[in-house]
Write a protein that binds this ligand. Structure first.
Ligand SMILES: [Zn+2]
Length: 210
């Protein structure tokens, strides 16, 4: 079962990926994790990625595709995988078609106003990284280490709006590209409510042997 997850930042895509990974025993693969792993290695490719990331540049498609290709060829991907954060462009999607079949693309949908609401109520502990919502923690102090909480720049409404625009511009063409195998789910409810229809859909897919 080879799946791609598409969804805006704050749509609950990561939580959904974890549930799928757990129940269907397939790894969740994000390009962010792949980049973090490669820079710890000692190879010409690692050096190249390190210098690109240090200069704040974007890793070129050919390197990203190469990393994904190597990752999905490992034994733990025999039953399949979930790609999270890749592909981001049509060029990447076309390159992916050449290295693997993709059975289904799950699109997690949530209205922008709800995403902005959810993300802008998020507070982070600068000391231990724990995440809270303003509603659950009106004291605004970390329950684990008593450090005053902060709002990360990423979670400020102006930044969120910009990130959502970037997401929409890059994702709309992908939605067309994968229109023949797209499964849409709303994440307006709880994480379990979001997961239920996805689980049913994937169980059918699995039964078909994909
Ligand atoms: Zn803390």
């Amino acid at each position: 079962m080879r799946i791609i997850l598409l969804g805006a930042p704050g749509s609950g895509k990561g939580t959904l990926a974890k549930k799928i990974s757990r129940d269907f025993d397939i790894p969740q693969i994000s390009t962010g994790d792949l980049f973090r792993a490669i820079v710890k290695e000692n190879s010409p490719l690692a050096e190249k990625v390190k210098s690109i990331m240090a200069s704040g540049g974007l890793v070129p498609d050919e390197i990203t595709v190469e990393l994904v290709k190597e990752r999905i060829s490992r034994p733990d991907c025999k039953k399949g995988f979930i790609l999270d954060g890749f592909p981001r462009t049509i060029a990447q999607a076309e390159a992916l078609e050449k290295i693997s079949q993709i059975d289904s693309v799950i699109l997690v949908e949530l209205a922008n106003e709800i995403i902005i609401d959810r993300l802008s109520s998020r507070r982070t502990c600068p000391n231990c990284g724990e995440i809270y919502s303003v509603q659950d923690n009106p004291e605004n102090v970390c329950k684990k280490c008593s450090t005053p909480l902060i709002q990360r720049d990423d979670d400020k409404p102006e930044t969120i709006k910009h990130r959502l625009e970037v997401y929409e511009n890059s994702t709309s063409p992908l939605i067309n590209f994968y229109s023949d195998r797209l499964f849409k789910v709303s994440s307006a409810g709880s994480p379990d409510q979001t997961y239920m229809p996805v689980k049913t859909f994937l169980e059918k897919l699995e039964a078909k042997g994909e």
